[in-house]
Design a protein around this ligand. Structure first.
Ligand code: ADP
Length: 252
């Protein structure tokens, strides 16, 4: 995979970590939510059929908070993550991150948001299979416009206990190690919002604990907000707060 590794030819605004954020009068005084849903509706239409996936979702997740999102299948959890990652748009209502409404971002701000601010950790298959762990993290960094990607990748992998395994490809790593590579990539680019969709769904208990610990480290060391969609009680219990979603809104 040939991707630009040159930081010089990136637009200046992409290299400025502060460029994404709203322009507060005083950044320290304003406490932006890492993620906010304000009366959000999402309706999928296919021919004459309509599915209301979200119906008035109101939710605020703080910076540095680790929140579990639980709810039955079909309750709207994946839709919520897709909107938070700006991979889809709401039918009505407002999704905000760090003080900015995602609907107000132009294409280049949206690209910046997806590449730099948000990281998604799926249940599995987060990595490019042909690349080593180190190249996986480095590639993510280059896509986010970081210079020194290789070195930063090695450093992040070492932090998450994978220093000796950085040259291995995903197939040579355990499921838990693969998830930690994805988490290391989120840490390396200092994603402010980490969206994890059943990140331990395929793991045994020992690996589940290690992955949970890594997510907590992201929260504690980088101040990232971490949203974990999960069915596992143990995972939910390890989060700061549990939000239950039912029929497209937060259950009271
Ligand atoms: P969960 O993640 O909680 O299982 P989802 O967000 O995947 O819930 O789905 C919520 C509802 O929206 C479900 O009824 C689902 O069938 C529907 N849905 C999700 N994605 C689509 C789509 N792309 N097109 C049509 N309906 C969808």
């Amino acid at each position: 995979m040939e991707l630009s590794s040159s930081a010089e030819d990136e637009p200046a605004r992409l290299l400025d970590p502060e460029s994404f954020y709203a322009e507060p009068e005083s950044p320290t005084e304003i406490d932006w939510g890492a993620l906010e849903f304000h009366d959000v509706f999402k309706i999928y239409r296919s021919g004459s059929a309509e599915t209301v996936a979200l119906r008035g979702l109101d939710l605020r997740i703080e910076q540095g908070e680790m929140v579990a999102v639980i709810g039955p299948s079909g309750s709207g959890k994946s839709t919520m993550l897709a909107l938070a990652a700006a991979l889809d748009t709401p039918s009505a209502g407002d999704v905000r991150s760090l003080g900015r409404s995602l609907a107000q971002l132009d294409e280049s701000d949206l690209a910046d948001y997806r590449a730099r601010q948000v990281a998604i950790v799926f249940q599995g298959d987060n990595l490019w299979p042909a690349l080593s762990a180190r190249e996986n993290v480095a590639t993510t960094l280059r896509m986010a416009g970081h210079g020194g990607a290789e070195q930063a990748a090695s450093q992040a992998l070492a932090t998450f206990g994978l220093g000796k395994r950085e040259h291995l490809r995903p197939a040579e790593l355990s499921g838990g190690e693969q998830q930690r590579v994805a988490i290391a990539a989120a840490a390396a680019r200092e994603a402010r919002l980490v969206l994890a969709d059943e990140p331990t769904g395929e793991l045994d208990e020992a690996n589940e604990s290690i992955v949970l610990e890594s997510l907590r480290e992201l929260r504690d060391e980088h101040g990232s907000a971490v949203v974990v969609v999960t069915h596992a009680e143990r995972v939910a219990g390890a989060c700061d707060r549990v939000v239950a979603i039912r029929d497209g809104r937060v259950e009271q």
